[in-house]
Ligand binder design. Structure first.
Ligand code: ADP
Ligand code: MG
Length: 580
C-alpha cells in the first residue's frame, strides 16, 4: 500500500522565456523534471488547428511552422492593456482569440501536470513568482491564470525575494542589503533588497523589459549569417546562434556549420549589449539611497548570467565578487519552492537554518560541557556517547541537555533534563548510552539507554535546538571567545582535580600496604608530592597548570610503588600456592 502524503504546495517560476516547478520532498526542495528529463519548460504555447494546445519545447520547435499560432513571452502582456506602456504586440494573440491569462494558464496547467506525473499524486496549490515591479493588475492576472489552471495560488512572491531565499540569504541579519541581478531571455531586472524584521523589503527595482539573452542571440545570428552566407532569420542560424552562445560560456571556442567562433568574438559583440545593464544598476542603487560598497551580497539570477562576460561586468559595476553558488536559471523556482514548503509546513526552520547554530551536549562530571552534536552540523544529524556513574551506589543518572559553546555546563543553556534510573552499582558500574538525533524539522530527540537493562528514557525538545535568535547565537559565540582562556583553565582544572581525587586515596592505600618495605627517602618524596597536590586542590586560585604538573609529579613518583605493589601481590600469590 502506498502511504499518501498530504498534497504538497508547488513552487512555480512562471518565466518570460522558461518556466519551472518544484516541491519540497522529505525536507528538501527539488525541481521536477518532465518525461524528457527536463526541469525547464520553454514558456511557449501552440494552439493547433484542431484546438489542441501544446506547451513547451515542442511548441517552440513548431514556432517557425506556425508563427501565428504560437505564443511566446506572454508574460510581457499579462495584466496589461494594449497601448499601455510596456505593452508589446504578441505573436498575433488576437488571431487565436485567447487572452494572456489563458495562455499563462496553459503553461501553469502543463507545469501542474509535470508535477503530478513526477509526484504520482494530484496537487492543487502553488506559490507563483512575479517580477518585483509587477503592479496589482499584473499580480491579479497571474493569480487568475493559476486559478484557471486549477491551482489555488497561496502566495504571489517577488522574484528577487525568491532568489534570495534560494541563495539562503534569509539568514542575513537585520538591515543587511543585497542586489539581485537577473538577466534572463528577454528581460533584465535589478533589485536592491533589505532584510527588515526577518523579511526582505524591496528598496528599489530597475531594469529593461526589452533586454535579454534573445537580443544577443540575434546579434550573434547576424554575425554568423554573414560568415556562412545564410539569412540571419534562418531557423538554423538563429537556433545555432543560441547554442553557440551557451557553449561559449564554458568553452573558448564553438563551431557552427564548420565555422569556428571564439569567446573573444562573442564578447566583442556582447559588450555594448551587456553595457546597457549598467545604468539600471546605478539607478537602482541611487533609488535605494545606497552605495555599492554598502551591499552585503550581489547574487546572479537568469540563464544569461552564466556568461563569464556578464559576471565580469557585474563585478566591475558593484566592485565585488558576485555570489554564484546557485544555478542562476533555477534560483527563482527553488526559492518559490522553499516558500511553498514553509507555507505548507513541510519545511520549517530546516532550510532557513539548516545547520545547528550552537553546539548541543550534556553535562558530565565536575560540571563540564560534553559536546555531542557540534555547532554548524548540518541537520538531520545523529550522534551519541557512552557515560558512566561517578559515585558508588548511585541509582540514577541525571542528564542535563545543554546548548552553547562554553566549557562549563553552568555557562550554557539548559534545554531539558532526563533522569535515567538503574540498579545501585559501584562507581563506574553503570553504562548509559546517550544519543541525540536532530531531525529535519529541527526537533531534538534525546534517548538515554541503561545498557544493563536496555531500558530507554527519551525526551523530545522542539524548536529550541535549532531555532535560536541570531543575536543570542552571536552573544554566545562572542562570550565563548572572550572567556576562552578562563574556560579552558576551568576545564583543565576540573579534569585534573578529578584525576587527583582518584590518585590521592590510592597513594595513601599503597603507602599503608607497603609500610616499612620501602625506603624512607622514597616514602617522604611521595608524601611531599601528595601534599603539594592537596595544597593546590585546597587553594582558591584554581591554578590548573600547577595542579596538572603536581599531579603528574605525584603520578611519576608513585610508579615505583605501583611496581612494588604488583611484585608483592605476585609473591604473595605464589607463596600461598606453596611455590616459593
Ligand atoms: P527567463 O527568466 O527570461 O524566463 P532564463 O532565466 O531561463 O529566462 O534565461 C534564459 C536565457 O538564458 C536565454 O536567453 C538563454 O539563451 C540564456 N542562457 C541559458 N544558459 C546559458 C548559458 N550557459 N550561457 C549563456 N546564456 C545562457
Ligand atoms: Mg526569469
Amino acid at each position: 500500500m502506498k502511504i499518501m502524503q498530504p498534497a504538497p504546495i508547488l513552487g512555480i517560476d512562471l518565466g518570460t522565456t522558461n518556466s519551472l516547478v518544484g516541491v519540497v520532498d522529505s525536507g528538501f526542495p527539488i525541481l521536477l523534471a518532465d518525461e524528457n528529463g527536463s526541469r525547464s519548460t520553454p514558456s511557449a504555447v501552440l494552439h493547433g488547428e484542431d484546438d489542441k494546445v501544446t506547451v513547451g519545447a515542442v511548441a517552440l520547435r513548431q514556432r517557425a511552422l506556425h508563427p501565428t499560432r504560437t505564443v511566446t513571452s506572454v508574460k510581457r502582456l499579462i495584466g496589461r492593456r494594449p497601448g499601455e506602456a510596456g505593452w508589446v504586440p504578441p505573436y498575433v494573440l488576437s488571431d487565436l482569440k485567447t487572452t494572456p491569462v489563458e495562455v499563462s494558464a496553459e503553461i501553469l496547467k502543463h507545469l501542474k501536470a509535470v508535477a503530478e506525473r513526477a509526484l504520482e499524486q494530484s496537487v492543487s496549490k502553488a506559490v507563483i513568482t512575479v517580477p518585483a515591479y509587477f503592479n496589482d493588475a499584473q499580480r491579479n492576472a497571474t493569480k487568475q491564470a493559476g486559478e484557471l489552471a486549477g491551482l489555488e495560488v497561496v502566495r504571489i512572491l517577488s522574484e528577487p525575494t525568491a532568489a534570495a531565499l534560494a541563495y539562503g540569504l534569509d539568514k542575513l541579519s537585520e538591515h543587511q542589503k543585497i542586489a539581485v541581478y537577473d538577466l534572463g531571455g528577454g528581460t533584465f531586472d535589478i533589485s536592491v533588497l533589505e532584510m527588515r524584521d526577518g523579511v526582505f523589503q524591496v528598496l528599489a527595482t530597475a531594469g529593461d523589459t526589452q533586454l535579454g539573452g534573445d537580443d544577443l542571440d540575434r546579434l550573434l545570428a547576424r554575425f554568423i549569417a554573414e560568415k556562412v552566407s545564410l539569412p540571419p532569420d534562418d531557423i538554423r542560424v538563429s537556433e545555432g546562434a543560441e547554442a553557440v552562445k551557451k557553449r561559449l560560456s564554458s568553452d573558448e571556442t564553438a563551431s557552427f556549420n564548420g565555422l569556428e567562433i571564439t569567446r573573444a568574438e562573442l564578447e566583442k559583440i556582447a559588450k555594448p549589449w551587456i553595457g546597457r545593464t549598467r545604468t539600471h544598476c546605478l539607478r537602482a542603487l541611487s533609488d535605494a539611497g545606497i552605495k555599492a560598497e554598502q551591499l552585503d551580497e550581489v547574487i546572479l539570477v537568469g540563464g544569461s548570467t552564466r556568461m563569464p562576460l556578464v559576471r565580469d561586468h557585474v563585478r566591475e559595476i558593484f566592485g565585488r565578487e558576485p555570489n554564484t553558488s546557485q544555478n542562476p536559471d533555477e534560483a527563482i523556482a527553488l526559492g518559490a519552492t522553499i516558500q511553498a514548503g514553509i507555507l505548507g509546513g513541510s519545511l520549517r526552520q530546516v532550510l532557513l537554518l539548516d545547520v545547528t547554530p550552537l553546539s548541543l551536549g550534556i553535562e558530565t562530571f565536575g560540571g563540564l560541557m560534553n559536546i555531542i552534536i557540534p555547532r554548524n552540523t548540518t541537520i538531520p544529524a545523529k550522534a551519541g556517547e557512552m557515560f558512566t556513574n561517578a559515585v558508588a551506589n548511585q541509582s540514577s543518572m541525571l542528564i542535563r541537555i545543554l546548548q552553547g559553546e562554553r566549557e562549563l555546563a553552568k555557562d550554557n543553556w539548559e534545554l531539558g533534563r532526563i533522569e535515567v534510573p538503574f540498579p545501585p552499582v559501584p562507581k563506574g558500574g553503570a553504562r548509559v548510552g546517550v544519543q541525540f538525533r536532530l531531525d529535519a524539522n529541527g526537533i531534538l530527540h534525546v534517548l538515554a539507554r541503561d545498557t544493563a537493562t536496555s531500558t530507554d528514557t527519551t525526551l523530545e525538545i522542539r524548536g529550541t535546538a535549532v531555532d535560536v535568535a541570531d543575536e543570542r547565537v552571536e552573544q554566545m559565540i562572542a562570550e565563548s571567545v572572550d572567556f576562552a582562556f578562563e574556560d579552558m583553565n576551568e576545564r583543565v582544572w576540573t579534569e585534573t582535580r578529578l584525576k587527583a581525587e582518584e590518585l590521592l586515596p590510592a597513594v595513601d592505600l599503597a603507602l599503608a600496604q607497603l609500610g616499612n618495605t620501602i625506603d624512607d627517602g622514597e616514602k617522604s618524596e611521595v608524601i611531599r608530592h601528595a601534599a603539594a597536590v592537596k595544597n593546590l586542590l585546597d587553594s582558591p586560585a584554581h591554578d590548573a597548570r600547577a595542579l596538572k604538573e603536581a599531579t603528574q609529579r605525584l603520578d611519576d613518583a608513585t610508579q615505583a610503588l605501583a611496581v612494588m605493589l604488583i611484585d608483592r601481590a605476585v609473591e604473595e600469590s605464589l607463596s600461598r600456592r606453596g611455590l616459593v
